[in-house]
Every structure is written in C-alpha cells, then in structure tokens.
Ligand binder design. Structure first.
Ligand code: ADP
Ligand code: MG
Length: 208
C-alpha cells in the first residue's frame, strides 16, 4: 500500500459512510441513540479534508487520521476508531509505501486496540464481530496465495455478510447492551460501517 492509496482509502470510506449515513442512523436508532452515521460522517469529513491536504508518509498520516477521529467522531465508535488508528500507525513505516505483511500487521494492531479499549469479545454484537473474523479471513486467503487485491475484495464480501449476522446476537457491550434481550433481531450499526471500510479498501486496491 502507498501513502496515496492510504489517503484515497479515507476519501472512499467517507463517501460510503456519507451515502449510508441515514441507514446507519436508523440501525443505531433501533438499539442505540441514532447517531452512528452522523458521528462517522462528521469525523470522516474532517479526515478527508486533512488527507487531501497532506503529503506525509504512511505512519504520520495514520496517526493524523486517528487523532482527527478521536476528536471529531464522538461516541464509543470515535474512541475505538481513534485508538485503532493510533495503534496501527506504530506498525506502519515512516515511508510512502509498505508491503502486505506490514499492512496486515497494522490492521491486527488496530483491532487489538479496539479490543483493549472496549473489552468486547467475539459474539458481543459489536464491530469486532466483523473485524475479528474478517482479519482471519484475509489472513487465510493471503496464506493460500491469493493476490492482495483479490483477497481483500473477497474479505469485503464476507464482511458484509458478517455484519448482517450480528442480528440474532444479544448485545453485551456498548449502548445496545442496556437493551439486553431486546437488542436481538437488529443488525449492529458499527458492524455495518466496518464492512463499509473493507469495501472501501477493496475499491482503492482495485484501482491500482
Ligand atoms: P455510541 O454508542 O456512543 O452512540 P456510535 O453510535 O457511534 O457510538 O457507535 C456504536 C457502535 O460502536 C456499535 O454499533 C458497536 O459496533 C460499537 N461499539 C460500542 N461499544 C463497543 C465496544 N465496547 N467494543 C467494540 N465496539 C463497540
Ligand atoms: Mg450511537
């Protein structure tokens, strides 16, 4: 991945969140406070503006994205995305390009930060229900010899299914957990936005 692709990723992710903003808010209205789409859209709008303005290398850009998300998204997801990006930056080089192994390591570090900050586990009906199995899916495909772009595209498809698969789960973390059994039957909004991130990554990699 190059720093140009990395910046394009955030523009693409923002575009997808912008289009789906109302739907993400509707999902959050059912089991939360109806702000997930608005939260992410606001933060990513700022990220997109900053990304368009910088020529920094990968690690610095990733740190900047994390800082902006922490300060502008708000809600649980802002803290979680911000922590993820700040931790992921540590696995990225101070240069304009990184290999697949470094990109995978950065994704892994980001997900570890989400776990450390939010204390959620697989099955708790949070964005981790997409992040954890998606990362495993990508790792498996790459280990089996798939080309990076094809592997990410396939993982993005899987992520969309995983997001829908959160519906039957009962929430045990985040605002939705207050609903207890009443959270069952609704798709988790943070899982849907995470699937949008994977789709954005696949789109950016397919362009080059
Ligand atoms: P808030 O719940 O503070 O309003 P958002 O609506 O922006 O924040 O984000 C809600 C999403 O954040 C949930 O759908 C869920 O995926 C994710 N989330 C909430 N708490 C946690 C947690 N402890 N660990 C991982 N993800 C979480
Ligand atoms: Mg919310």
């Amino acid at each position: 991945m190059t720093s140009t692709q990395f910046r394009a990723l955030w523009l693409e992710f923002h575009e997808r969140v912008r289009v789906e903003r109302d739907q993400l808010n509707r999902l959050d209205a059912a089991i939360g406070d109806a702000d997930h789409g608005t939260n992410l859209d606001r933060g990513l709008q700022k990220v997109a503006a900053c990304a368009a303005d910088t020529t920094d290398h990968l690690a610095a850009t990733c740190r900047q994205v994390g800082t902006v998300l922490l300060s502008t998204v708000g809600g649980a997801s802002g803290a979680l995305w911000g922590s993820a990006l700040l931790r992921a930056a540590g696995a990225l080089p101070d240069s304009d390009t990184c290999d697949t192994a470094a990109a995978l390591a950065a994704l892994g570090q980001g997900v570890s930060a989400i776990q450390a900050r939010g204390h959620a586990e697989l099955g708790d009906k949070t964005m981790l229900d997409v992040w954890l199995p998606s990362l495993e899916d990508l790792d498996r495909r790459l280990s089996a010899g798939a080309a990076c772009g094809e592997a990410v595209a396939a993982t993005a498809g899987r992520a969309a299914v995983l997001a829908q698969d959160t519906a039957p789960l009962q929430a045990r973390r985040g605002r939705a957990a207050y609903l207890g059994p009443r959270s069952v039957g609704h798709v988790d909004p943070g899982s849907v936005s995470t699937a949008l991130f994977w789709q954005a990554l696949a789109t950016v990699l397919a362009r080059s």
